[in-house]
Design a protein around this ligand. Structure first.
Ligand code: 0RA
Length: 640
């Protein structure tokens, strides 16, 4: 491409164009890499890695090594063919120099390669060069090592031929320019890990190694998945319960595109569908996702009808019914991808919709027939989803009507406050009747209401809404709070601006708190987003030292106090539950606004919490703990 263009120019003129090109990048870096903050900094790395992955997609590279070094420089080494180094007759310049100093000279001269071009990516490695204080390229090709160095995008000398070498490949080492990246020069390890892992899942067999040398103890990670998308699904479903043993997998290649799909249903009630085009996560979906959804809905309906699970009179299953509990990854490679949408992460190529749909129309029914038992389990899940959807609609209408009728008759167990001003009113949800007594005595009855919850409330992650709504604890919660739920939720109707979960400081208490939180997350999310939901922190110990009384909420605090008061006699009593506290103790530790310490429940952005919540309510205790720790504003709340 560029060599052809440049062939018609004289050397000098071409050279000037080149300089102008990279100067434009330095002057307006945001145009090329989105921003000069952390995102832009990471973008440099994605650009270099994408180039190496392109080489892997073309079938010439099997391994990529990424090293983040102590001085925040980054090295990316691949075992591909190596960037060509041969000297162009007219330009008298090495192709390597051209690739690194010419905008959009991606350098793939052969037609027919898929490239990670378009969207935010694909601006070319020359942009990395332009925005690096220094960049070193080392190529092994044609039997030799070749090197060239650059400063602020300018070659510091010609390409140098070095020692003989057999194994071909490219190594790019760059030092992001502090002139451009004024905010930070430091890559975020977990961001790099996620992206490299994703790349490895999407490119089966490609081995990506990461070394972070910035810590005393270097971090080393290997991402290498022989199963590709199948391994990706295993990863996504690690804490879930699959409904069928085989992960469904299809792929197809045509003249202009490739498609790969992997999917598996779980007992969960939510769907996780990830889609990619040329290795870019298409968050906003697009034609590939549309083709996938359409074919999936049709295949499940056809299968359910052919097996008599869906009768002639029955309505079709909706797409949502068919995708309940589904985890899927759809990955397409397109020769010239068009990226659209607000964040340029929506695939626009219209031909891809039909291509994906036709491919799946052929393969999905075949799979469902071949694995008939698994097909049936999947169809059953969709049928249940459909019935639940209809039942939930009825139930919602019912509770709405009921709550309108009963707005005067709040739950019998509720000890309401006398104030009708929601902004000063607080609802304490307490565990068990024994705790309700002291809470009622210890409260300020003008602004504080008490609602006792008995035993363990239903896990809404493992039960559908209709069933959850039959649960009397859930019913009283909804009526007491007053907002209704789901589509009918109305924050303005909240009867309290603080809803405080007051549960025992033990494992059971933590469990109940998590169940309540899950209910709020799934059905009253705006209540959390508005910052209305809190945890109280009742103490675990009462410690008397002479005249002083200390209330402590963990063993660590007890150890600390022991250390502080070394040797002095402590009179320690452990509260088995809230019920063991008297009214004044409960008031002083957990209820009195002047003395208590509440933790506001704070969800990170909703997209993130979706994935976290499925793990949170799975059986993965470690990730549940991490979640709660991260989302509780006060780290003292660590007893989960
Ligand atoms: C231009 C042409 C060819 C390969 C590459 C560029 C290439 C670029 C990068 C960037 C990072 N790693 C890379 N590896 C290769 C094809 C050369 C040929 O036909 O042999």
């Amino acid at each position: 491409m560029s060599t052809a263009n440049r062939a018609s120019n004289s050397y000098g003129a071409a050279d000037i164009t080149v300089l102008e090109g990279l100067e434009a990048v330095r002057r307006r870096p945001g145009m090329y890499i989105g921003s000069t903050g952390p995102r832009g900094l990471h973008h440099l790395l994605w650009e270099v890695v994408d180039n190496a992955v392109d080489e892997a997609m073309a079938g010439f590279c099997t391994r990529i090594d990424v090293t983040i070094r102590q001085d925040e420089s980054v090295q990316v080494r691949d075992n591909g063919r190596g960037i060509p180094v041969d000297r162009h007759k007219k330009t008298k310049e090495s192709a390597l120099t051209t690739v690194l100093t010419t905008l959009h000279a991606g350098g793939k001269f052969e037609a027919g390669a898929y490239q990670v071009s378009g969207g935010l990516h694909g601006v070319g490695v020359s942009v990395v060069n332009a925005l690096s204080a220094r960049l070193e390229a080392e190529i092994v090709r044609e039997g030799f090592h070749w090197t060239q160095a650059f400063e602020d995008g300018h070659p510091t000398g010609p390409v140098k031929k070095g020692k003989p070498g057999k194994r071909t490949g490219t190594t790019i080492t760059y030092w992001p320019s502090p002139k451009t990246f004024v905010e930070t020069l430091s890559l975020d390890l977990s961001t790099v890990i996620s992206r490299l892992r994703e790349m490895a899942f999407l490119n089966r067999g490609l081995e990506i190694r990461l070394t972070d040398e910035r810590e005393e103890e270097p971090v080393e990670e290997v991402f290498h998945y022989k199963g590709g998308l199948i391994d990706y699904i295993k990863h996504l479903n690690a804490t879930k319960e699959p409904l069928h043993p085989h992960i469904i997998y299809f792929d197809d290649q045509s003249e202009d595109a490739e498609v790969e799909v992997a999917l598996q249903w779980t007992s969960s009630y939510t769907e996780t569908v990830l889609s990619f085009a040329n290795n870019i996560n298409t968050h906003e979906g697009g034609t590939h996702e549309e083709g996938f959804r359409k074919s999936l809905t049709r295949a499940i309906n056809d299968f359910a009808r052919s097996k008599g699970l869906l009768k002639e009179k029955d309505e079709n299953l909706t797409g949502e019914d068919a995708r309940e509990g589904l985890t899927a990854v759809v990955s397409v490679k397109v020769r010239s991808p068009q990226f659209e949408g607000q964040t340029k992460t929506k695939l626009g190529n219209t031909e891809i919709r039909g291509y994906v749909e036709k491919t799946l129309n052929r393969l999905l029914p075949e799979w469902l027939e071949r694995y008939g038992g698994e097909g049936r389990a999947i169809a059953d899940k969709s049928l249940m989803a459909s019935r639940a959807r209809l039942a939930a609609r009825k139930a919602r209408e019912l509770t709405r009507r009921k709550s309108m009728l009963e707005s005067a008759s709040l739950p019998g167990k509720l000890a309401d406050c006398s104030s009708r001003d929601a902004s000063v009113s607080e609802l304490f949800i307490v565990e068990g009747d024994s705790a309700a007594g002291p809470a009622k005595q210890g409260r300020n009855s003008e602004t504080q209401a008490i609602l006792p919850i008995r035993g363990k409330i239903i896990n809404v992650e493992k039960a559908r809404l209709a069933k959850a709504l039959q649960n009397t604890e859930i019913q009283s919660l909804i009526t007491a709070i007053g907002t209704s739920i789901g589509e009918e939720f109305d924050l303005a109707k909240a009867r309290y601006h603080k809803v405080v979960l007051l549960t025992d400081a033990d494992v059971d208490g933590a469990h109940i708190r998590t169940l309540l939180l899950t209910f709020f997350f799934r059905h009253m999310r705006p209540l959390i987003e508005a910052g209305y939901v809190y945890f109280a922190q009742p103490p675990l110990y009462r410690v008397k030292t002479g005249k002083e009384i200390h209330y402590l909420s963990s063993d660590t605090e007890l150890d600390q106090l022991r250390e502080e008061l070394n040797g002095r006699k402590l009179d320690v009593s452990r509260f088995k539950g809230l019920g063991e506290m008297n009214a004044s103790e409960l008031r002083d530790t957990s209820m009195d606004p002047a003395l208590r310490h509440l933790v506001q429940v704070d969800l990170e952005d909703a997209a993130l919490s979706e994935e976290i919540f499925s793990t949170l309510m799975g059986d993965d205790v470690a990730s549940r703990k991490r979640f709660i720790q991260r989302n509780a504003k006060d780290v003292r709340f660590l007893d989960v």
